[in-house]
Design a protein around this ligand. Structure first.
Ligand SMILES: *[C@@H]1O[C@H](CO)[C@@H](O)[C@H](O)[C@H]1NC(C)=O
Ligand SMILES: *[C@@H]1O[C@H](CO)[C@@H](O)[C@H](O)[C@H]1NC(C)=O
Ligand SMILES: *[C@@H]1O[C@H](CO)[C@@H](O)[C@H](O)[C@H]1NC(C)=O
Ligand SMILES: *[C@@H]1O[C@H](CO)[C@@H](O)[C@H](O)[C@H]1NC(C)=O
Ligand SMILES: *[C@@H]1O[C@H](CO)[C@@H](O)[C@H](O)[C@H]1NC(C)=O
Ligand SMILES: *[C@@H]1O[C@H](CO)[C@@H](O)[C@H](O)[C@H]1NC(C)=O
Length: 384
């Protein structure tokens, strides 16, 4: 055990010499992120898995080193895993039994997330930490709803039911307070891709942009986070849907219950987020062109509301012309003034095997794509 600890510490300090350990807190100022008086360029990748798939500290360090080698400053990851029975593989942060949640502070709980934060910092990276999920992967919203309200609960009760909201705040309080003074955290995010819709038949019918359901929830939860942690930025983590019902494009029509501009106006949200998946969203006629329009229109909102906006997830799969697509989108990110971006998603070959590949993953030996990330990080840093 002692030998193991010594090895781990030696590994961390070797890496630490190459990277600048983050100190201080990143702030939003007009359309930029700032660290003290210097601009902080938000560029990097997503790695939802780094804390969830049973990696040890050495492997987490390798995964972050592979991201940092592109010139990235920032990684987005999951700060949640709701389970209804203890699991033996990977980490979970909350265990639900009979409608009651217990935060897992143990070695496969928040102590595991401590290792994620330490490994990111050792590689000079800051984390955007998302605190729950619309999707059922790793538990998410539907576990709160079904545990507290049973089978009668609707997916969107997550946004309105007072008992569910209190349970989510309880989790937020445990997680956020633990890292309140931690400069390795860049931002907290309220939810990955919140939508009104759940599985077929699980919507209440009351969740909509007209009823301001998710906007009202986002205002309450973001204000709550600010009340317990004034150091860190707060974002929503949504896909950036506009609320323009007459638009010919589904992502602009507001049907998923998100109004990007209404949310960007929320005082306690420091920046706006958009995701970009033309193939998943039925935008297949001109996926590259759709993406360029989507980026440009969000950059216009960024200017109108004078807040940073980031393309915090984007991708096409390895059968959908990644090189051509990313060349075009990166160029538009740079020219539109879009504040920053995080590609979906990072990958590494580790001693325990390759990290998850959903068809979007870019491993370091995929030299064309990996080199594109590196060139883009340099270009957006140079642009300022
Ligand atoms: C949960 O409820 C079931 C059925 O009422 C009961 O048998 C079980 O002991 C409860 N578990 C806990 C941890 O309270
Ligand atoms: C949101 O997540 C639920 C499961 O939690 C999923 O069934 C639903 O498809 C997601 N919403 C949409 C419209 O993708
Ligand atoms: C708004 O919510 C009410 C219930 O509170 C519901 O009856 C109504 O259909 C909702 N409106 C829309 C446009 O979703
Ligand atoms: C990839 O690009 C080629 C040439 O531009 C085009 O023919 C093909 O349809 C594209 N494939 C996809 C999936 O968009
Ligand atoms: C970390 O995990 C990998 C893969 O299981 C293993 O090869 C390695 O020895 C572990 N390192 C430490 C320090 O435990
Ligand atoms: C990258 O390395 C892995 C593991 O060694 C290998 O399986 C894969 O074929 C390599 N890919 C490329 C594009 O070289």
């Amino acid at each position: 055990m002692k030998v193991l600890t010594a090895c781990l510490l030696a590994g961390v300090s070797l890496l630490a010499r190459a990277a600048t350990i983050p100190t201080g807190f990143v702030k939003a100022y007009n359309q930029k992120f700032m660290l003290g008086s210097a601009e902080y360029t938000l560029v990097g990748s997503n790695s939802y898995w780094v804390g969830l798939t049973g990696l040890n500290s050495t492997e987490m360090n390798q995964a972050f080193a592979d991201i940092a080698a592109t010139g990235a400053t920032t990684v987005r990851t999951w700060g949640f895993n709701e389970v209804t029975a203890p699991i033996n593989y990977g980490a979970y942060y909350q265990l639900w039994t009979n409608g009651t949640a217990a935060v897992n502070y143990g070695a496969n709980g928040l102590q595991n997330f401590d290792m994620v934060v330490a490994a990111a910092k050792a590689n000079g990276l800051r984390l955007i930490v998302t605190l729950t999920n619309n999707w059922s992967d790793y538990g998410g919203m539907d576990v709160y709803v079904s545990q507290i309200l049973g089978a009668a609960g609707y997916h969107d009760d997550f946004y309105t039911n007072p008992t569910v909201i209190a349970a989510y705040k309880n989790y937020i309080n445990a997680f956020v307070s633990r890292y309140e003074a931690e400069p390795g955290i860049l931002a907290w995010e309220l939810c990955n891709e919140p939508r009104c819709t759940g599985s077929p038949g699980t919507q209440s019918g009351a969740c909509s942009t007209a009823n301001l359901t998710i906007t009202t929830w986002a205002r309450e939860i973001s204000a709550y986070i600010k009340s317990i942690d004034s150091n860190h930025l707060v974002g929503l983590g949504d896909e950036g849907w506009f609320n323009e019902p007459s638009s010919p494009y589904y992502p602009y029509q507001g049907g998923e219950g998100i109004d990007f501009n209404a949310n960007l106006a929320i005082y306690t949200l420091d920046y706006g987020t958009l995701h970009l998946y033309p193939f998943s969203w039925g935008q297949t006629t001109d996926p590259i062109g759709f993406g360029n329009m989507w980026i440009t229109d969000h950059a216009t909102s960024q200017k109108n509301y004078n807040k940073p906006v980031i393309v915090e997830e984007f991708g096409v799969t390895n059968t959908q012309n990644q090189t051509t697509t990313y060349t075009s989108w990166y160029s538009t990110i740079l020219s539109s003034g879009m504040t920053g971006d995080l590609i979906w998603q990072a990958g590494s070959y580790l001693p325990s095997g390759p990290t998850p590949n959903d068809g979007y993953t870019i491993y370091p030996n995929e030299t064309t794509l990996y080199e594109m990330e590196t060139q883009h990080a340099a270009a957006i840093k140079a642009r300022g």
